[in-house]
Design a protein around this ligand. Sequence first.
Ligand code: C2E
Ligand code: MG
Ligand code: MG
Ligand code: MG
Length: 286
Amino acid sequence: AAKEGGKAAWVRFEPRMRQEVVNHARLGSELHNAIIRNELFLMYQPVFDIVTGRLHGAEALVRWKHPVRGFVSPGDFIPVAERSGLIVPLGAWVMREALRQLSVWKAEHGAGAIKAINVNVAVRQLREPGFVDEVASVLAEFGLLPSNLVVEITESSVADGRQVRETLQALHEMGVRLALDDFGTGQSSLSLLRAFPVDVLKLDKSFVDGIADGEDRGRLAVAAAVAQLAEYLGLSAVAEGIESEAQLDRLRDMGYRLGQGFFMAKPLPADEAGMLMAADPVVAKY
Ligand code: C2E
Ligand code: MG
Ligand code: MG
Ligand code: MG
């Protein structure tokens, strides 16, 4: 916004902003210790086939239990980790832990286990030269295949530059699938979808919110268009943030096959997510 209009736009430095900078600095140094102190853990939000009601997969979501602050939301500490570069070791921990957990589920539940785990990866991680080798070695360590992993990236990652593009290409060639997260909110051009080896589009929750509550025509149109786009391009589409049956029904009618949201299941601890897999064939209760 500060660049708009062509003229220099001055932003007043409010005391509140100073407070925020200070908090971020402190949060950053605390986050530094969070990994070694075992304060991070993962929750797993199930992804369902919304046509059959069966469990399809799960997204690993990082949590931080701070000894004093209590639970800190990833919406608060991920941006701090991204700015400081701490996202690189933090993200490496998340990747390893998520794949370790998938290997445990496979051992415990066999064919009932989900086939792949979704892991969010920040652009900072993709810029690290060793990223692809590291993923390959963690997969090998846990006896997993590249097809057991879905890497979730944002649209801005795809537009980042040559090195990141090459990393994404290498992951894809290895057999790791790529999902474009929060799809529809970024500013990437649709032609990126043809230029990049994307496999999954995750419709952002904001468009799902527009469905059935208020029937916002603009957001409804985006939701429907993304389903069509995915179909034409041969990609799979996942609707995120489904909170009601009305939204679920409407998205299914639009052509969504996969869905994720509090209406079906919130992010769960690993053992509870495992219980869904033990109940194979899983038919969701929603
Ligand atoms: P995301 O990747 O788009 O993940 C989906 C977020 O939406 C999660 O929030 C999830 O709990 C929430 N959600 C899912 N269904 C519903 C719903 O029906 N209603 C509502 N209100 N929310 C729903 P969470 O876990 O707080 O994560 C927020 C964001 O933080 C994630 O958005 C992702 O961008 C980032 N994040 C989380 N874990 C990681 C990680 O390990 N690495 C990186 N780089 N980013 C992460
Ligand atoms: Mg995600
Ligand atoms: Mg998302
Ligand atoms: Mg999101």
